[in-house]
Structures are given as structure tokens and as C-alpha cells.
Unconditional design. Structure first.
Length: 463
């Protein structure tokens, strides 16, 4: 996609945690690759100076990947700073002077969504939004109504084509590989439907807790934090039909069609859990009802997927840290040699993190006289290699005006429509032990005798 690049990068919240952990490392990487040679303007209301911001950048890089001396020297030279109150029109007049003649600036909102309105209006009034682009971070609202309100706020000033909503998960190489694998291999499509697929499971597990972010987690919970965005996006890549063309809009249109076909969640198909000890975390209410674990069953009302359950399980303080997809195929229609249970039937397994693995489960005959079989797994594993971080890739694309890896307003709202019915509804909260696979009640979500597929530390052995 060929578009005109941005002439300046402006990031609001330059002294914050996101800038420290993600933005400064991505900026240095882009400079090192020769992809960023424009003014970089940090915005904050912290009473800082440019020298202090440069020191913050140095500290960020020392603790997040290391300093490249040449690239950091260029970053320091390109870095500028505007300090002021986001509610003060004078702040944006100062930004306007700093931008000078820079065309199509990209404004990055590394700030809470509650500040978006004031910043968007300030940019417009000062003329800083003219032919500009804006990048916003998830969460895109807390529910459908707030997502719609956020979109209205952005669209008061910026057309949808100038809005780049970042979900860093979409830029992960493994997630992009799902889309490629589906439509680059002819052998998959004939069985990728309700006639052959028995169920689809996605597990996103973390072996740690909230890591000092209790106050933040109290505002979101697992369903808002990862199910509504990351995991519904993974389902879209798994279940969408082939796009009509290679262009970005064709892919986005197909994903939107899939989101709209997702049946809104039923509270009876959701289990919420909270790990023991969560309420002792700093910033967490003593009687918190926020889930740190969620298991849901989702249905997609299309001809391809009617009747196939999609199971999602996500949580903190689980046995390992990984994201894995298990697509279980139906058993053969007749047991000619030996009985094959649903749990030992064929499958496709996608390990999305921390390793990238695509594997197929099959059966072969055991050694001996009896015609009995055993499961084996055929594995394709990517060799580790240096690659762009998600933020490096996304910043580069936003600066070029390429929307391919960003979410569109209608898709965001369609995803919220799936989740909205179970938000804010009193539901049982089951305590579970840290290091377990969540509350026992989650087992009831999976239909039949197959149960959940529990990912294991990656080996070459069959699952």
C-alpha cells in the first residue's frame, strides 16, 4: 500500500509507562533500521524538560533491550518536548509552533481514554489535526456504548481513514501466520468447516498475576482485557472466509462479516474465576468481584461454522505462559481398526507464544500384530530469529498510513456486541488455586467428554 508518510511523530504521555516500556524501544529500532528520520515530539504535563526526557529515554532503553549508540544519538537529536496541561489551549499552540511545516503528523495517544476528548479538541482548535493521523491504544471503550462514544469523539475531528487503533497482538508474527497458513495451503480448506471440525479451543495462559497493576486490573478484568480484543481477533483469523482480494479493505470486510456472525454471549456459557490471593494485591478491593480467569463458549452463525463450538479460556496464575489454539476434528465415521475417542482424534494445533509451532495430530499403527494405533504429532516449528517487535511494526505502518494491522470502528463495535450481554451482570466468581488451570466449574463449559486441551511446555512429543 502506497501512502504519504508522516512528517512528525507526536506522542502524548511521553513520561508514562507505555512510552517507557514500548514506545522508546520501538523508536530506536525504527531509527536503527533507517525508517524514522522526522521530528519526534514528546508531550506531557509533568513539568519536565527536554534533557529529562532524554534521560528517561536512555533509562528506558537500558532496561528494555539495550542502547544502540548510533541510533540513540539520532533519537536524542530528533527528540523534542512540549510540556503543558492538556486542557490548556496554550499547550496546543506551543505544539503547533514546534510542528512547524511538518505535514501529516501522527499523534499517538499514550494516555487514558478519559483524556482523548480534551486532546482531540485541543488539536483541532490549534490546527494540529489538519491532514493529521491519530493512534489510540486499547481498550477501545469499556463496553459497546463507551466504544461508540469514543468513536464519535475521534470522528468529530479525524476521518476513520486517519484513525489507527492499536491492538499489538495483531502485529505478532505468530498471529499473522494464522492468516497466511489458512489461505496459502490448499489442503486445509476442504476440512475447515462444520463437516469435519468438532470444536475449536483457544487458551491464553499466564503463569503470573497482575504484577503490581492491581488498580488497572480492577478496571478491566480478563474479559475486557484479552477476550474482547485479542482472542476474538484470533477467532476471526481462524474462522473468516477468504477475502475477495489482497487489499486491506477486503481483509477487514471479511473479518467484520465474521464478527457480525458471532452470537452474543449467553451468561450460561461463561465461567468467571479469581485466583486466591488476588484481593491481597495493592489497588485491589477487599471484596473484588473482578475476574482474573474467564472461560466462554462462543458460536458463529455462518454456513461454514454452524453448530461448531468455539471455546475460549484465558487467565492469570495458570501453570504456564502460552497462547495455543487446538482445532479438533471429528472422529472417523466407522471404527474399522480400533475405537478412536474424540480426545485422540485428528487435530491441528497452533502454538502462538512463546514459541511458534504449527502441528497436526494423526494416528499410526502400533508395532506388533494387532491393528491398533497410537497418536503422533507432525510438527513445523519456526527457528527463532530476529524480527520486528509488534510496536515497531505498528508504529512504522501508522507513520506510513498503512491500516492493515489496525482495527476499524465497525469491527470494534461488532466485537463489543458479542461481549456486551455478559458485562456488568452479577455472576458467580469461582476462586481457584494459583498454578492450576482455573476453577473446576470451567470444565462444564466444554461439551461432551473431550474436556479442555491443557497446553504443555513445548516439546517434540505428542500432546
Amino acid at each position: 500500500m502506497t501512502t504519504a508518510g508522516s512528517g512528525a511523530f507526536v506522542f502524548f504521555g511521553a513520561t508514562g509507562d507505555l512510552a517507557y516500556k514500548k514506545i522508546f524501544p520501538a523508536l530506536q529500532a525504527l531509527i536503527r533500521a533507517g525508517d524514522l528520520d522526522i521530528p519526534i515530539i514528546g508531550m506531557a504535563r509533568a513539568g519536565w524538560t527536554l534533557d529529562k526526557l532524554r534521560e528517561r529515554a536512555r533509562d528506558s532503553l537500558e532496561n528494555n533491550g539495550g542502547i544502540d549508540a548510533d541510533a540513540f544519538a539520532k533519537l536524542s537529536a530528533q527528540l523534542q518536548y512540549v510540556d503543558g496541561d492538556y486542557a490548556d489551549p496554550a499547550t496546543y499552540q506551543c505544539l503547533k509552533r514546534t510542528l512547524g511545516a511538518a505535514a501529516r503528523p501522527l499523534h499517538y495517544m499514550a494516555i487514558p481514554p478519559s483524556m482523548f476528548g480534551a486532546v482531540v479538541r485541543g488539536l483541532a482548535q490549534a490546527g494540529c489535526a489538519d491532514d493529521a493521523r491519530i493512534t489510540v491504544e486499547k481498550p477501545f471503550g469499556r463496553d459497546l456504548a463507551s466504544a461508540q462514544a469514543l468513536n464519535r469523539t475521534l470522528h468529530e475531528v479525524f476521518p476513520e481513514s486517519a484513525v489507527f487503533r492499536i491492538d499489538h497482538y495483531l502485529a505478532k508474527e505468530a498471529v499473522q501466520n494464522l492468516l497466511y497458513f489458512r489461505f496459502a495451503n490448499a489442503f486445509l480448506d476442504p476440512v475447515w468447516n462444520r463437516n469435519y471440525v468438532d470444536s475449536v479451543q483457544i487458551t491464553m495462559a499466564e503463569d503470573f498475576g497482575v504484577q503490581g497493576r492491581g488498580a488497572f486490573y480492577e478496571e478491566v478484568g480478563t474479559i475486557r482485557d484479552v477476550v474482547q480484543n485479542h482472542l476474538l481477533q484470533v477467532i476471526a483469523l481462524l474462522a473468516m472466509d477468504a477475502p475477495a482480494g489482497r487489499d486491506t479493505q477486503s481483509v477487514r470486510a471479511e473479518k467484520l462479516r465474521l464478527f457480525r456472525a458471532m452470537r452474543p454471549l449467553d451468561a450460561a456459557c461463561v465461567v468467571r474465576g479469581q485466583f486466591r490471593g488476588y484481593r491481597d494485591e495493592k489497588g485491589v478491593a477487599a471484596n473484588s468481584q473482578v475476574e482474573t480467569f474467564a472461560a466462554v463458549c462462543l458460536h458463529i452463525d455462518t454456513w461454514r461454522w454452524a453448530g461448531v463450538p468455539f471455546y475460549i479460556r484465558a487467565g492469570k496464575c495458570l501453570p504456564i505462559t502460552t497462547t495455543e489454539v487446538m482445532v479438533r476434528l471429528k472422529c472417523p465415521p466407522l471404527a474399522i481398526f480400533d475405537d478412536i475417542s474424540p480426545a485422540t482424534s485428528n487435530y491441528f494445533r497452533f502454538r502462538l507464544s512463546p514459541e511458534v509451532t504449527i502441528s497436526t495430530g494423526a494416528r499410526v499403527k502400533r508395532h506388533g500384530e494387532d491393528m491398533r494405533g497410537e497418536p503422533v504429532e507432525l510438527i513445523a516449528r519456526h527457528e527463532p530469529r530476529s524480527e520486528q517487535s509488534p510496536y515497531e511494526r505498528l508504529l512504522h505502518d501508522a507513520l506510513r498510513g498503512d491500516p492493515s494491522l489496525f482495527t476499524r470502528d465497525d469491527s470494534v463495535e461488532a466485537a463489543w456486541r458479542v461481549i456486551d450481554p455478559v458485562l456488568g451482570i452479577p455472576a458467580p466468581l469461582h476462586e481457584y488455586e494459583p498454578g492450576s488451570w482455573g476453577p473446576q466449574a470451567a470444565a462444564g463449559i466444554v461439551q461432551g467428554a473431550k474436556g479442555w486441551h491443557d497446553p504443555r511446555p513445548e516439546t517434540t512429543a505428542p500432546c
